[in-house]
Design a protein around this ligand. Structure first.
Ligand SMILES: [Zn+2]
Length: 245
């Protein structure tokens, strides 16, 4: 991975790459706590801790906000994995910081249907993305743009062999399947993880909202609209049509 990013931007990027792992570890700790056991989830924590540690030690700027918190969090989880009677690691702060890190450096959300269209056309012109981009809701388009830019600038072997199979919302998160491998696949992984904390209708901070019919990641205002607004209201925001088009 260190080959992927020039040194000045390496730490910020490494910090972002660490975030999905931290969220995954927090999710597993929470699951084990709730299930009071869940042996498999528990066993799978150890290798994940090792991977997160590996990313963490490679960050040279120790003053980055997520770094200190991540060190403490991983220490706590390791202690708890070794001795389950140790206090449960605190997860609110690390979740909050990891989510904020995943949303760093995003371009603004499209303001109009026309703006979205123009920006989708730009992304669709990248052969490895193509028409799949039209499946991406408006609020998540900046996630794709950021990833595309990171890959264009820092990808190792050019994009000739890259391919996107699908890009769409599924069960509340971005389902972006590609043939990219590591290190480039990290960039895709960060976009997917960022979609779990980003409203698909407006791009603000969001969380998973489950109704009988749908699982959608929405901000508070759009959860309200989904529950009390007209049918299709969220769909019209996420996939706007130009009036008169
Ligand atoms: Zn929203």
């Amino acid at each position: 991975m260190s080959d992927l990013i020039v040194p000045s931007e390496h730490d910020a990027f490494r910090q972002m790459v660490l975030a999905p792992d931290l969220l995954d570890i927090a999710r597993r700790v929470e699951h084990v706590r709730r299930m009071q056991g869940g042996r498999r989830w528990y066993d799978e924590l150890r290798p994940r801790l090792r991977v997160a540690r590996k990313f963490l030690v490679e960050i040279t700027d120790r003053t980055l906000p997520l770094v200190g918190q991540a060190e403490r969090f991983l220490d706590d989880v390791e202690r708890w994995v070794q001795r389950p009677e140790a206090p449960l690691p605190r997860m609110d702060r690390i979740r909050e910081l990891a989510a904020a890190t995943l949303r760093e450096g995003l371009p603004p959300v499209p303001r109009t249907a026309l703006d979205r269209e123009a920006r989708c056309h730009r992304l669709a012109a990248r052969p490895w993305i193509g028409r799949t981009v039209w499946g991406c809701p408006l609020g998540w388009l900046p996630l794709i743009e950021r990833a595309e830019e990171q890959l264009r600038r820092f990808g190792q072997n050019g994009d000739r062999l890259w391919h996107t199979y699908s890009m769409e919302e599924r069960w509340g998160r971005l389902d972006w399947t590609t043939n990219l491998s590591y290190p480039e696949a990290h960039v895709i992984q960060c976009a997917v993880a960022a979609s779990e904390v980003t409203c698909l209708a407006c791009g603000n901070v969001g969380s998973l909202h489950k109704s009988e019919a749908w699982h959608l990641t929405l901000c508070d205002a759009h959860i309200f609209l989904e529950e009390h607004g007209p049918p299709e209201a969220i769909g019209k925001l996420a996939y706007p049509q130009r009036t008169g088009a």
